[in-house]
Design a protein around this ligand. Structure first.
Ligand code: GLP
Length: 259
């Protein structure tokens, strides 16, 4: 695991965008996309590079991490809609190749299994972008999620519903259930890139990076993955005990070594 500490959010975005751009230009074609506010700086930077530097996503496909049960893709807060408006509508990726779980399927349990199979059959995901919830969740894998879980229907904690209520008219509008890639599904990706900014993420980042491997902090599963980059600003790095070493390692990173 490499921890990259940057001064500002836009620098975090640029670092994660470098990783995605490297993958795209070297022929990797499958991206794992996350919603929430954390990856927005990455999407802004990738859109800029597409417009100004000709970075092309024409051959790429993408898989979203998760979706609310009961929200159709036309709903402004469905993740299928959010990812289009925040990112994929502004680049040259084929919109038919941007996949998300079907939260309005007649059988949402079967839909979850089908989504997992689709990723397995057309993956693996080359670069998976991740945010982190204040309680250490990734995707919508709340504390207690099996570290080897596959895509399935999950119930949100009241805390996550409250956190996400800001995107809705009120907490009553936030669905209770979701379909999310499991922690095992996420870990099938070749390279995991977790982005976190702000002091409200500091505790979760410290638990994920330096705490014990435990289902109580789902993001701690990253410790088992062979290729992880955690990109944080100073505030989100605020509770990392080994922050000085991460800075040192970055300063002396061999020039030919990629993220
Ligand atoms: C939601 C998403 C996660 C995201 C988390 C944090 O629960 N399902 O993928 O990481 O929120 O969101 P934010 O980045 O807005 O803090």
């Amino acid at each position: 695991m490499e921890v990259v500490i940057r001064n500002h959010e836009h620098q975090c975005g640029a670092t994660a965008a470098d990783i995605v751009a490297d993958a795209i230009t070297s022929g990797a074609a499958t991206l794992g996309l996350a919603t929430g506010s954390s990856p927005l700086s990455v999407y802004r930077e990738l859109i800029r590079r597409h417009r100004k530097e000709g970075l092309s996503f024409a051959g790429a496909q993408a898989f979203l991490l998760d979706e609310y049960v009961g929200l159709p893709p036309s709903h402004p807060q469905s993740y299928a809609h959010v990812i289009r408006t925040e990112f994929t509508d502004h680049i040259d990726i084929d919109s038919e190749r941007v996949h998300s779980p079907n939260g309005v399927a007649n059988d949402i349990f079967a839909a979850a299994e089908e989504y997992d199979a689709l990723i397995r059959d057309s993956g693996p995901v080359d670069v998976q972008l991740l945010g982190i919830g204040g309680n250490g969740h990734i995707g919508f894998n709340e504390p207690g999620s099996s570290l080897r879980s596959r895509t399935r229907v999950k119930t949100l904690t009241e805390q996550t519903r409250r956190d996400n209520a800001r995107f809705f008219a009120g907490i009553d509008e936030v669905p209770r259930h979701v379909i999310t890639q499991g922690l095992g599904t996420i870990c099938d990706a070749r390279h995991l890139v977790l982005i976190a900014t702000g002091g409200h993420k500091a505790e979760a980042i410290a638990a994920a990076v330096e705490g014990p491997l435990t289902a109580s902090c789902p993001a701690s599963v990253l410790q088992l993955h062979p290729h992880v980059t955690v990109v944080v600003d100073e505030a989100a790095a605020g509770q990392l005990k080994n922050a000085d070493f991460y800075r040192y390692a970055l300063k002396y990173k061999p020039p030919q070594q990629k993220y």
